[in-house]
Each structure stands twice: as structure tokens, then as C-alpha cells.
Design a protein around this ligand. Sequence first.
Ligand code: ZN
Length: 411
Amino acid sequence: MKISSQQLNLVNGRIDALVSAGSFYGKKLAQAGIHSVSSPEEFEQLPFSEKSDLREAYPLGLMTAPEDKIVRIHSSSGTTGLPVIIPYTAKDVEDWAIMFARCYEYAGITPMDRIHVTPAYGLWTAGIGFQLGAERLGAMVIPMGPGNTDKQLQMMQDLKSTVLCSTSSYALLLSEEIEKRGIRDRIHLKKGVIGSERWSQKMRDQIAGSLGIELYDIYGLTEIYGPGIGINCRYNTGMHYWDDYLYIEIIDPVTLKPVPDGEMGEIVITTLVKEGAPLIRYRTHDLSRIIPGTCPCGSPHPRLDTIMGRTDDMMKIKGVNVFPSQIEEILQSFPEASSEYQIRISHLEGRDTMRIYVETNGTVNFLDLADRIAAKVKSAIGFTPLVKVVENGVLPRSEKKTKRVIDERFD
Ligand code: ZN
């Protein structure tokens, strides 16, 4: 989806602000002699920004508005090196609330709902974002934060919480605990708004089935406001995102060129109105695609598909970008296969080859299963892998993260 002229005008406003504040990206633009962009092609020439740039700006180098306008900071976790600090103006906080309230509305949540917030409060954007949007909507917030399952379940029963906001792992844990305690008929949940992790369809079905609720995927990242920049609607055809606040491109993470709508690639986000820390062409390293066409709900807001993983997991085979999650999804559709598999990529006689090792029990014809899996991969991804079916227990197990993809081309 090309950037519109209205969005371009907003980008130019952000370029002015960044250059005059002399923040890291402002300097990048000034060095490149860029003061404005007048077409989608010029926009696509703008340099990208990366998390490492944001880290280098620690602590407050991203601040683009005058300090008397900054009302708050948030920070992304610093698992490696310095954290990223994002300053917000009052308008940024309000815009975030508006976007988040819109997410709740898209999920059919109303001011009569009671919203049980379990993500953590503090420096990061999770808990406080869920609360901000709910208050803007006019719903009742139950600001639990994470942990203490006894108290969560007590409050959920006594206050008759109708909406659960959580990570998928915690929603699963709560649903199992509710079943174990036999208190499902005292739980009033109708919907779950789930953020922050990639989760499988199996897990989704488990949570939805066990709690009898509708599930909504919310998208966002600390660098871009926080959660609340997109959500799926009741038709569940992808996540609508708010293109009046953000411009989203999907790029090929290898060539860095935008790909056509519908094609998988890396999500790159430009904030259109953010004041405290505007970002232009920010590489999220999240993988997804723009879903072409319009949603049956009639929303004018475009859609992103479910997040398929991270660019670090991507493999390029025979010129096609492939993600382990795509293979995993295909394998999951074969009930005869176990959850274990291994992908090996090698370069033989001038050609890239993908071998997939799959485990099964002794009751099926190995060759037939291999053929059916190869055919399904071919129709989904476009090339035929070599599939080898093996007995259960043959593939290596690990107590830590199992290494499932081995690329032998660069050994
Ligand atoms: Zn829709």
C-alpha cells in the first residue's frame, strides 16, 4: 500500500520536528540533505531506523519535543545492552488512548464491560496501555497486573470481569486453573484481548474452548506507543491497524525493498503524528503481510496478518523467503506427525535443498505421509522439499530451546 499524500504531509511535519530537534534521526536526515518528501518514491528513499539506533540515543536522545511538553517515558526491556527510552507528550498519551479504545471497540467491548488487566505495570507499556484505552472507552478497569492466581480468580468471580487482557501463556494458565478448580460457572468472561507473543492455533483453540470466550489479537510495540496500534475485528480476517496514526510498509528483509500487498516480509512503521519520539521507517523485525482488499466489517482501516515470527528466523531458499512458522503450521495440520521436526537446508550441486525430518508413530505408511507433506509444502510455499519420515523419538530432544532449523549452506 503506497503512502497517501495526506500521510506524506504528516511525515513532512515529523521530518521538520526531527531535524529541528537534532535527535539521532534528525541528524541522519540533515546529513543526507533531506528536508521533505514529495512522493511515495522519495519516501522509500528515506533511511530506516533500527532498535540499535534507539539504544545509542540512551537515555533521552530520542526526545523530539521540548522538555516541558514531555509528561512520561516508557522503556523496552534491555535483555541485551541498554534499554530504549521513549518520551511521550500529553498528546502522544491521548493518541495512544484513542487508538487503544478503538481496539476495544473493534472487539465489541463497551463501557458496560469490566476489563481485567493482567499485563505488568511499570516502565513498559503493557498494563498501563490496556488501562488507558479502557478508561478512554469508559469501561471499568480492574488493574491486577501479573501473578497471584488465587487473587486473580477471586477478583474475577467477585467483580464479574467480562474481558481478560493478558499474554497467551497467562490466559492458558488461568483457563487451566479455572478448569482444575471447577469454577467455570462462576466466571463471567466473554472476551480475551491477547497481546505480545506469537501463539499457535492449538493454544488459541484450547483457551477459547476452555473459557468459552472470543479471542482478539492486539498488536503493538513500546517504540511505537505500545500495544493498541491494531487488532482483529469479529470477522477475524487479520488485524486492522490505525493508518491515521501510522504508515506501515512490508519490506523484503534481505533486499530492503517494499513488497506488494499480500506478500510476506518485515513490518516497517512510520509514526505520523507522534511528538515525543517520532520514528520514520522503523524496522520492527516482525514478519507479516498486508491483507489486500476490504474486510466484511466495512472498516476503512487496512489489515495486517497474524505475526508469523521474526526476521532472524527467516530462511531464503531458491529465492523464496520461508519462515519456520509456515512449515510448522503445515506439519501441525497432519495429526499423524508428532510435534517434533527438523529442517535442514543445504546447497547441493548448485541448488538449495530443503530437507524436512518429521516424526510419526509406526501406524502410517512413511512414504505416503512424506509425499503428502511434500505436496502440501509445495502448494503453500512454491517448491518441493525432500521429506523424510522417521520413528517417534529419533529426532534430538532438548531441555532448552530445541534447534529445529539447521542451515548447512554457510558451514
Ligand atoms: Zn474487520
